[in-house]
Design a protein around this ligand. Structure first.
Ligand SMILES: Cc1ncc(COP(=O)(O)O)c(C=O)c1O
Length: 424
């Protein structure tokens, strides 16, 4: 982390206190240069024929999405809301893939009308609905089957593949789905999609899963005639949240991926295959910092607490993941650590604790607490209207410049869609 001689945190060459003064707290700050660095590192490492589709759910801020589009990414979406964001920021349908185990007829219709590149089907009944809606719209649709593989992944906390899942279709049931898809007139089957879990830190673990995906695809192509026009390996590339966690080695990952694709292409024809990766966290996590002001300091039975103005309604993930998120005091970056402090938000629930017992310099009123690695699943995975609180602002920084990307919400927002003609 960079800071000035006076110990003031700098984000993208901008003093964090300047941002706080101009935009207030709680505040998300995203540094575009870090997003570019992550995107470039991944793009450089992987084979040219593997395309990156940014998983918008990690950070749907339109400026962030638009920036990733400008770098060459496509978009992975999982709701009509995300599709709307993607289209608004300029992604074309052909650059969008659509996941989700609970797509409604309206969602599917909207996706088809928007010419979404591929819809990943997650159940047999959804396949039939896709076919019926495509027929109704007179537009055939490209589909991949999302497979829940028999083989899960080891050492991954947030598994989305392997075992029993609501996500995808069990590998054992794929024969029926592939045969059905091939028989339906309005479905253009492309291949398969597998996403086994998030926050995978060892590239070998992800490569093992990709190897398995390639083998499943090859087997299905041979046995049931699955086309191999698209193979989607999902996301999952992790980032370290503390010093004990390793960095995901993108270069090793890229080399491994090149080898796996080459090996598989000796066994079956992959010359026309489009390969897809859908990273979210890896691209944006490190670029985001959450700034929140200390509004009360107290002690309870020997434990020191700093109560801040941002809570789990603004940044839920630090609590959900039960992590000690990297934390510092933005205005005391060069002060020695002095206290073990627990940082809690302003909400009246004991759940609302950011970082439990973190070592910090002496904490005082009006200090600015910074929670790093907040760019992914920070704003987007929060309980945004809990306690009727307004949404935090989001600001972009880039090499000394800064601008607002989302204005701070107002206390009136919570009632904005409510009927206020009371009858009682
Ligand atoms: C289908 C799908 N693809 C990609 C991602 C992005 O995952 P990550 O942020 O771990 O890269 C997710 C996250 O939930 C997902 O559900």
């Amino acid at each position: 982390m960079k800071y000035s001689e006076k110990g003031l945190l700098k984000i993208g060459n901008v003093n964090a206190l300047t941002l706080v003064k101009e935009y207030g707290t709680p505040l998300y700050v995203y540094d575009l240069d870090i997003i570019r660095k992550q995107y470039d590192a991944l793009k450089r490492a992987i084979p040219k024929k593997v395309k990156i589709f940014y998983a918008i759910k990690a950070n749907p801020n339109p400026t962030v999405c638009s920036f990733l589009r400008s770098l060459g990414a496509g978009a992975e979406i999982a709701s009509s809301g995300e599709l709307y964001v993607a289209l608004k920021v300029g992604f074309e349908g052909k650059d969008i893939v659509y996941n989700g185990p609970g797509k409604t007829d309206e969602d599917i219709q909207y996706a088809i009308k928007s010419d979404v590149h591929i819809i990943n089907v997650e159940s047999l009944d959804e396949l039939h609905r896709l076919n019926a809606i495509a027929k109704n719209e007179h537009r055939p649709i490209k589909v991949c089957v999302r497979v829940n593989p028999i083989q899960g992944v080891k050492k991954v906390k947030m598994q989305t593949g392997g075992g029993s899942q609501k996500l995808g279709i069990d590998e054992e049931q794929i024969e029926t789905v592939v045969k059905t898809a091939l028989s339906l007139n309005w479905i253009e089957l492309q291949g398969i999609h597998v996403y086994v879990g998030s926050q995978i830190l060892e590239e070998g673990v992800l490569l093992e899963s990709i190897d398995n995906t390639l083998q499943i695809a090859g087997r299905m192509a041979k046995q049931f005639g699955l086309p191999l026009k698209c193979l989607n390996f999902g996301g999952g590339l992790g980032v370290p949240y503390n010093e004990s966690e390793p960095e995901f080695d993108v270069e090793n990952f890229g080399q491994g991926l090149t080898t796996l694709i080459h090996k598989a292409s000796l066994l079956f024809d992959l010359s026309e295959t489009q390969f897809i990766l859908e990273p979210g966290r890896f691209l944006v996590s490190d670029a985001g910092i959450f700034l929140t002001k200390v509004i009360s300091v107290k002690e309870s039975r020997g434990k020191k607490y700093a109560i801040v103005d941002g809570g789990i309604n603004h940044a839920f993930l630090p609590i959900r993941m039960n992590k000690k998120y990297p934390t510092a005091i933005a205005n005391k970056m060069n002060w020695p650590n002095e206290n073990t402090t627990t940082i809690g938000g302003p909400l009246c629930t004991s759940m609302d604790v950011f970082t439990n017992e973190v070592e910090l310099p002496h904490v005082e009123l009006n200090d600015i607490i910074s929670i790093f690695n907040s760019g992914a699943y920070g704003f987007s995975a929060s309980l945004l209207y809990f306690l009727s609180a307004p949404m935090p602002a989001e600001v972009i920084v880039q090499n000394g410049k800064h601008f607002i990307a989302r204005r701070r919400g107002k206390k009136e927002d919570f009632l904005s869609n409510c009927e206020l003609t009371f009858r009682f």
